[in-house]
Design a protein around this ligand. Structure first.
Ligand code: GAP
Length: 479
């Protein structure tokens, strides 16, 4: 069995080999921290997206979805605080010229301490770092790095520059050069598309507080340290929901959404001990409380989702900058006010990585007679890229025709895969490797009694069922 770091590398290789995730523009040697989803990765990602969307918009009568543009008026980002505040403290190593995010550099060192059995020392270092970050004490952060003799991974030296802030937004020009070109940003979060549409949705949807607006879409950040596969990308997707509430009720709703989101995570087939909450010490410029839901990735416990109590910061700032009222009239208390907001913000790509990491299993199936092994992705059926593989045992004797009929019957309801090439055992293993929960094999007995063999991915057990039962059996599992 692979160690954790090896396991992470094994998952990355598996994703490439089996059509889940490729490096972007690979033929040109790739683009750092940008990835493309292949045929099975895009199905997995879409299934996660649909599941989140349904749980937010279909299962909550008071949450609706929107799809706002990536480009927004540049003043949006002044109002939101991103122009002035969306930056991270960075430090450069003078010898290697490599730039690090300060918190990542220190966290990397703490990981090493923990591996060396010095957990208490690591915890103390993190606590000091959190305090210094919260106080924006850059000199203190540099001293912390130097005092602990934290080295650059490339040069191996402790020859550091001062700590400085770098903005993470990408910018581009709107309009041709001849026209009045103006600088605009690629959105670093989808949330602002929701805030600027708050009154449009509230009025046209006749929404009453409390209500939510959900959105899924791309976001862009010029991440400095971006070397953890799809965990930290420069172009990624977020699934965000802003929940508009009466001022003063934020504590109660914050707790509500913490619990609701953790419950959602529990339905992904991931054990509870793989998750934990992490409360923020250094709050973002817009928040009065915030926490992360962290998952135990092969690279350690890391953030998948943030839950933020954003106060009325964003709507107030948009009111100030746009000079348009962002108020809501609450008929129950007969008052106008700017609503407070609880945000749930989950990274879609990180969720893909989380689901893949949890599903990936290397199994030794050796018997005294022969060595054997398999890699299986144990996705819950709802998220699996392919739900059912339909495999005629041979290419002749009318078996493909029957298999094709099953395919036609099922493919309108869920994603199926038809394959007749290679020995059946090989075909099963290929389906295991992409996480297909059910395979049916059409054989000569099928012609006699209309039964097929159904094979279950996780147990590898097989049983015979009637052809008419296949669709119903799969549908029950993917509800
Ligand atoms: N609107 C709030 C917001 O954007 P965030 O904590 O910066 O908050 C929310 O981001 C989520 O987006 C994170 O929990 C993470 O899952 C995902 N995310 C952020 N930066 C990312 C990156 N560079 N690559 C992949 N996912 C990222």
């Amino acid at each position: 069995m692979a160690t954790d770091n090896n396991r992470f590398q094994a998952i990355i290789s598996h994703c490439k080999e089996y059509g889940f995730i490729f490096q972007s523009s690979e033929i040109y040697d790739g683009l750092s921290a940008v990835y493309d989803y292949g045929q099975w990765g895009s199905e997995l990602k879409k299934n996660i997206k649909d599941y989140w969307w349904k749980s937010m918009t279909q299962l909550h009568e008071n949450i609706v979805g929107i799809d706002a543009a990536i480009f927004m008026h540049p003043t949006t980002w002044k109002a939101s605080g991103h122009v002035d505040n969306f930056s991270d403290p960075m430090i450069d190593n003078k010898d290697s010229k490599k730039r690090y995010r300060v918190d990542h550099l220190i966290e990397g060192y703490v990981d090493e301490l923990e591996k060396a059995g010095k957990k208490a020392e690591g915890d103390a270092l993190i606590a000091s770092m959190d305090q210094l970050l919260a106080a924006n004490d850059f000199d203190g952060l540099k001293k912390l790095i130097e005092d602990n003799k934290i080295k650059c991974g490339v040069s191996g030296t402790v020859n550091w520059t001062d700590v400085r802030q770098f903005n993470l937004m990408f910018s581009t020009q709107l309009g041709s050069v001849a026209e009045d070109a103006s600088e605009i940003y690629l959105r670093p979060e989808t949330a602002q598309g929701i805030f600027v549409n708050f009154l449009n949705v509230q009025k046209t949807g006749r929404m009453k507080i409390p209500f939510g607006i959900a959105q899924i879409g791309k976001a862009f950040r010029n991440e400095i340290v971006a070397r953890q596969f799809i965990f930290r990308m420069r172009e990624f997707e977020q699934m965000e929901m802003q929940f508009f509430i009466r001022p003063g009720s934020q504590k109660e709703w914050y707790e509500y959404w913490k619990e609701a989101r953790m419950k959602w995570h529990m339905t992904l087939g991931i054990p509870a001990d793989k998750y934990r909450f992490h409360d923020h010490v250094k709050l973002a410029h817009y928040a009065d409380a915030a926490c992360d839901i962290e998952f135990d990735f092969p690279i350690g416990f890391k953030e998948v989702e943030g839950i933020h109590s954003r106060t009325d910061y964003d709507l107030s700032r948009h009111q100030e900058f746009s000079k348009k009222k962002m108020q809501y009239f609450d008929p129950e208390i007969n008052q106008n006010y700017i609503p407070y907001v609880i945000e749930t913000s989950i990274g879609l790509d990180r969720t893909v990585l989380m689901v893949l990491s949890n599903a990936y299993e290397e199994q030794d199936l050796s018997t005294p007679e022969k060595p054997d092994s398999r890699v299986v992705l144990k996705f819950i059926p709802k998220l699996a890229p392919i739900k059912l593989a339909i495999l005629p045992l041979t290419k002749k004797d009318g078996l493909p025709e029957i298999a094709r009929q099953i395919m036609d019957e099922c493919k309108t309801s869920f994603k199926c895969f038809y394959e007749e090439k290679d020995a059946i055992g090989k075909r099963y293993r290929r389906q295991d490797a992409i996480g297909t929960p059910f395979c049916v094999t059409v054989d000569h007995q099928t012609k006699e009694d209309q039964t097929v063999t159904i094979r279950y991915r996780d147990t590898m057990q097989q049983e015979r069922i009637h052809i008419n039962k296949i669709k119903e059996l799969v549908e029950k599992q993917i509800l």
